[in-house]
Design a protein around this ligand. Structure first.
Ligand code: SAH
Ligand code: SF4
Length: 387
């Protein structure tokens, strides 16, 4: 029988595991703290843990982190790790230091099945979902490697924020995601507050509703277009969950969300979605949600180019003009700074290694984005053909 990786368990499930081994449930809290607060991977190092439990764990369990293929440090302090997840797949994780926080950008899948036109991960196709252990292992490795590197005093955390914005669509790996979020939030684990853990999604509507019930953390929605016709072309999942449904789910999410707004991400693509009239259409779109419009913040991400995309970054003055229209209408709008440029660690540049099982690159082309605008009103409800 192969050993169980304890990184797979949130504390509740670890307690159940201890019970199954004939040990008291509260021992799980001690064990959990050793693993996630002290970074221990060796049961012998867990000196105050009952010898009986240590003995049983040694025979049946491991704390297995991921093998590091490469670690790159950018001139601005950004760190990018490439982790081997087996089967020829590797995923990337990025640490972004700022004056008042340290953010870890975590991957949820090897590849991504959504296939957005402007995303390097999307172009690679999809191999498989990561397990909870593989999601948590990215944080475990980064946290304890950074504590050593930065020589932090005992107990001081390196990572204060997690964003599920690495490779993959986290809400298409829901079952593994939620226990991983619980480990991040647990006071005996990484102790991150709900507002400092963000799930970013391209818009898997039913799972937004489930996340609201199961584990409401901060939500970012990748919008990228002010109308369904353009969003269909950029984010294929829009054909299944169009804008009106997506924004209604965002509004429902606010009931339980740790923040009183939803972050909308908008990747600025030259000549595609960056015109002033598109900014005005975006205003109309968010105003159309519910009775008073959707409380939201706009995060404009200048497109990070990669050769296969055939797309270009919007010029800074076009981004600024777009932002101004939104700001003048009272919507908080920020332009994301690109970090880790010299190590290709920016949004949408994470590529890892993916053994594509979907042959997506064969289907994706560099042809100009063609938009069928005729058939329907912007953001109107309609039956969604599957993506
Ligand atoms: N799948 C999730 C999370 C990962 S992508 C999602 O799509 O939200 C994280 C963010 O990076 C998303 O907002 C995504 O749209 C954006 N992104 C993807 N490719 C990009 C690129 N080439 N340049 C800039 N942003 C990009
Ligand atoms: Fe997947 Fe997000 Fe990239 Fe789209 S932007 S392909 S959903 S990782």
């Amino acid at each position: 029988m192969s050993a169980i990786n304890l990184l797979e368990f949130d504390r509740e499930r670890l307690a159940a595991h201890c019970e199954a081994l004939g040990e008291k449930r509260f021992r799980a809290t001690q064990l959990f703290r050793w693993i996630h607060q002290k970074g221990a991977t060796d049961f012998d190092a867990m000196t105050d843990l009952a010898a009986s439990l240590r003995g049983k764990l040694k025979g049946s369990a491991v704390v297995a982190t991921l093998p590091v293929v490469t670690e790159q440090v950018a001139t601005d302090g950004t760190v990018k790790w490439l982790f081997d997840v087996g089967g020829g797949n590797a995923v990337e994780t990025v640490y972004i230091p700022e004056a008042d926080r340290g953010t870890l950008c975590v991957s949820s899948q090897a590849g991504c099945a959504v296939g957005c036109r402007f995303c390097s991960t999307g172009h690679q196709g999809f191999s498989r979902n990561l397990t909870t252990a593989e999601i948590v292992a990215q944080l475990h490795h980064a946290e304890f490697a950074l504590r050593r590197r930065l020589d932090l005093p005992a107990g001081q955390r390196a990572i204060t924020n997690v964003v599920m914005m690495g490779m993959g669509e986290p809400l298409q790996n829901y079952a593994a995601l939620v226990p991983a979020l619980r480990v991040m939030l647990d006071d005996h684990g990484y102790g991150l507050s709900r507002r400092r853990v963000t799930v970013s999604t391209s818009g898997v509507v039913p799972m937004i509703d489930r996340l609201r019930e199961d584990c409401p953390v901060a939500l970012a929605v990748s919008l990228h277009a002010p109308d369904d016709a353009l969003r269909d072309a950029l984010v294929p999942l829009n054909r299944k969950y169009p804008l009106a449904e997506l924004l209604a789910a965002c509004e429902r999410y606010l009931d339980a969300a740790p923040r009183d707004f939803i972050t909308l991400e908008y990747c600025m693509l030259d000549g595609v979605n960056d015109a002033p009239e598109q900014a005005r259409a975006l205003l109309g779109l968010v105003a159309s949600v519910g009775a008073r419009g959707l409380p939201c913040k706009l995060n404009l991400i200048p497109f990070n180019p990669f050769p296969e995309s055939g797309l270009k970054r919007s010029p800074p003055e076009r981004v600024a003009a777009f932002a101004r229209i939104l700001q003048d209408a009272g919507i908080v709008t920020t332009v994301r700074k690109t970090r880790g440029d010299d190590i290709a660690a920016a949004c949408g540049q994470l590529a890892g290694e993916v053994q594509d099982r979907t042959h997506v690159e064969r289907r994706m082309t560099r042809t100009p984005i063609r938009i069928q605008r005729a058939e329907r009103a912007p953001a109107g409800p309609r039956p969604g053909p599957s993506a």
